[in-house]
Write a protein that binds this ligand. Sequence first.
Ligand SMILES: Cc1cc2nc3c(=O)[nH]c(=O)nc-3n(C[C@H](O)[C@H](O)[C@H](O)COP(=O)(O)O)c2cc1C
Length: 198
Amino acid sequence: MAIENFDDPLKHFDVWYKEACESKIKEPSAMSLATVDSRGRPSVRMVLLKGFSDQGFVFYTNLNSRKGKDLQRNQNAALCFHWIPLEKQVRIEGHAVPVSDEEADNYFSSRSRDSQISAWASIQSSPLTNRKELEKRCKDIASRFEGIKVPRPDFWSGYRLRPREIEFWTAGDNRLHERIVYTFSGDTGYWKRGIKYP
Ligand SMILES: Cc1cc2nc3c(=O)[nH]c(=O)nc-3n(C[C@H](O)[C@H](O)[C@H](O)COP(=O)(O)O)c2cc1C
């Protein structure tokens, strides 16, 4: 397979991601994000990939959410994509750094007005008494910003996960799967490519 000849995992990801986007997969950008709290306890949830480059993989969230608090204390994080029809998995490990305010503003302004209002209304990860409370918060915020542009809340932004290791997994016969692993060496500034037992 031509894919095996990549030196750069971002090029490899680009090819696989395009394939996922061109397939009938619903939400190919959905990825699990694992973080750890101050006591080293992990948690994982889905988020959507909103961009990637050789600088890393971007997602957006509420900075006061559980994941947001985790990342403020401990930047170590991991992502995992699983594209079932393609029998492919991509695992990414690294550290998450905040995107710039400008980048977050640009992305926030591209969202629908209702999503912008929801971002304001949700005290993400906090206990909610009942759904009516949330609906009321949405209504209140909609009237607060009526007729004007909804600004990005300062508690809502993005992170860019800078990868140090990326693994590409393809299902093989008899569970002899293929695993291609790229590890970034800070000493050389290059990616080292290897393979692993399945
Ligand atoms: C397919 C899918 C995509 C999601 N995308 C996002 C996202 O991009 N950002 C986000 O904050 N939450 C997203 N969520 C919700 C999160 O999985 C999670 O419930 C929420 O962020 C709260 O997580 P936390 O309490 O661990 O911080 C998504 C959920 C699903 C199922």
